[in-house]
Structure formats: structure tokens, C-alpha cells
Design a binder for this molecule. Structure first.
Ligand SMILES: C[S@@+](CC[C@H](N)C(=O)[O-])C[C@H]1O[C@@H](n2cnc3c(N)ncnc32)[C@H](O)[C@@H]1O
Length: 235
């Protein structure tokens, strides 16, 4: 019921140009998301592990934050979406983003300022190595150590939120030597520290490296989804 009411409040824009259609809220937005065609205006598809910006855009429409931060910006997908929304007058709040590659270490550094929404898209353990920097989460091979570092990063994100602010964590699971490591389960289990878990969005993964593997040779079901976990800060 609450979700239906929120959906009804989503802004309706005249879809008169390609750009307004691109940045307008989707007609339907639910806990299952699939975006087969990546928008080339947002981020850089050559940056391994980058994400399409559609889900982030929908969250901005849904929650209407006045300030947004992305401390693991990678190729800058959220920055590009915010810039486009600004041009159309769909967002006029503040925006800050950075990344270890730009010298910002989320493990050790608080985010500057306070925000209504923090979007964070961490490495999925070490499946893609982003750098050789000692603070890069993707260089941590021991799973338990990776989870501890991820938790430290997420607590920094929640610390920078305004009361009732939204933390959106885009995260995927990993299978290694036949064992399934559910990273999302660990993040969901942090609700004591991160606030109320308010939504679990399942996002279909497209163009992943497992696409090139032959299913017949795979013992277990290929992973084709990731999660966007939404927490609302309590105080
Ligand atoms: C999955 S990528 C983000 C991709 C991004 N959403 C995009 O669309 O391009 C994860 C990012 O986390 C960054 N990272 C890893 N450890 C970090 C740390 N300690 N502090 C800040 N950024 C870190 C990596 O450099 C990488 O760019």
C-alpha cells in the first residue's frame, strides 16, 4: 500500500524529446529491475564493473534527495545522471563523488558534508581488481577481511547521511570454487548498524563474463543478478 502511494507521487513529465524520456521516471518501478540496453551517456562501459545509471535515476525520482554522494564513483555514472537531471531541472540539490583512484579512501576518510542519499557501488570482493592500492577493497583476498573492510566503508556512508536519509548499496554475489559467497546477505545483516532495511531490489545483470561460458559445462546455476539494498537511517 505504501509503495503504491509512493509510486503515484512520482513526477509525470511530458515525454516530448528523447532527453526528457531518458530522464523521466519509469512508468513502473518495482523491486525487479532489468536494463538490457546500457545508456552510453552515463559512465564509461569500458570501466570494468561499471553500472548503468537507470536504477540510480529512478531512486532520485523516488526519494527526491536534496543532496547526493557517491564515494566509489568509478567511471562517474552517477555524476553523469545528475548532470543530465540538472539540465532538465529535475535535480537542483548538491552532489559530491570521488573514488580511491582520485585519492579518496573511504576506509579511512569521512565523506564531506551530510547527504540525503548515498549511493555506493563497491567491488564485489576481488572478482575485478581495480588497482594495486593497499586500500582498494578489490585487493583483499581473504573473504572475512573483505567483509570487514566493506562494513567499515558502509558505516562511513551511513555516518554521512542526514536523519531519515537513504543508503543505496549496489552489490553482487560471488561463486568461487563451487562455493557461493552471498555478499548481499552480509550487507543485509548489517541493518543494526546501517538503519532500517527498506527495500531489496533485484537487478538483472547483462553482459557479464559468465555470458561467454557454456551453460552445459556449468555445475551450478549462473549468477545473473545483483542487488540494490536500500537502508533508511534511523536518526
Ligand atoms: C564497482 S566499481 C564502481 C563503478 C561505478 N559505479 C561506475 O558505474 O563506474 C568500485 C569502485 O570502488 C573503488 N574503490 C575500491 N576501494 C576503495 C576505497 N577504499 N575507497 C574508495 N573507493 C574505492 C574502485 O576504485 C572502483 O572504482
Amino acid at each position: 500500500m505504501i509503495q503504491t502511494q509512493q509510486a503515484a507521487q512520482r513526477p509525470q513529465l511530458p515525454a516530448d524529446t528523447e532527453n526528457t524520456r531518458l530522464y523521466a521516471p519509469a512508468q513502473t518501478f518495482s523491486s525487479i529491475v532489468s536494463i538490457p540496453q546500457r545508456c552510453t551517456l552515463w559512465g564509461d562501459a569500458r570501466y570494468r564493473g561499471n553500472c548503468d545509471g537507470t536504477l540510480f535515476k529512478e531512486l532520485v525520482h523516488q526519494y527526491r534527495p536534496r543532496s547526493i554522494a557517491d564515494p566509489m564513483r568509478g567511471s562517474g555514472t552517477t555524476a553523469d545522471v545528475v548532470a543530465g537531471m540538472r539540465e532538465l531541472g529535475l535535480y537542483d540539490g548538491s552532489y559530491w563523488s570521488s573514488d580511491l583512484k582520485e585519492g579518496f579512501n573511504l576506509l579511512t576518510t569521512p565523506l564531506p558534508g551530510r547527504h540525503d542519499m548515498v549511493w555506493v557501488h563497491p567491488p564485489y570482493w576481488n572478482i575485478i581488481r581495480y588497482s594495486d592500492h593497499i586500500a582498494d577493497l578489490s585487493t583483499i583476498d581473504v573473504f572475512e577481511e573483505f567483509i570487514a573492510a566493506l562494513e567499515a566503508c558502509l558505516i562511513r556512508c551511513i555516518d554521512s547521511l542526514n536523519p531519515r536519509g537513504t543508503l543505496a548499496v549496489l552489490i553482487g554475489d560471488v561463486r568461487r570454487q563451487g562455493r557461493y559467497y552471498c555478499l548481499a546477505q552480509h550487507v543485509m545483516g548489517m541493518s543494526d548498524q546501517l538503519g532500517n532495511l527498506v527495500s531489496v531490489i533485484i537487478k538483472a545483470q547483462h553482459n557479464c563474463s559468465s555470458d561467454r561460458k557454456r551453460y552445459g559445462n556449468m555445475k551450478h546455476v549462473p549468477i545473473k543478478h545483483e542487488y540494490c539494498l536500500l537502508f533508511q537511517k534511523n536518526i
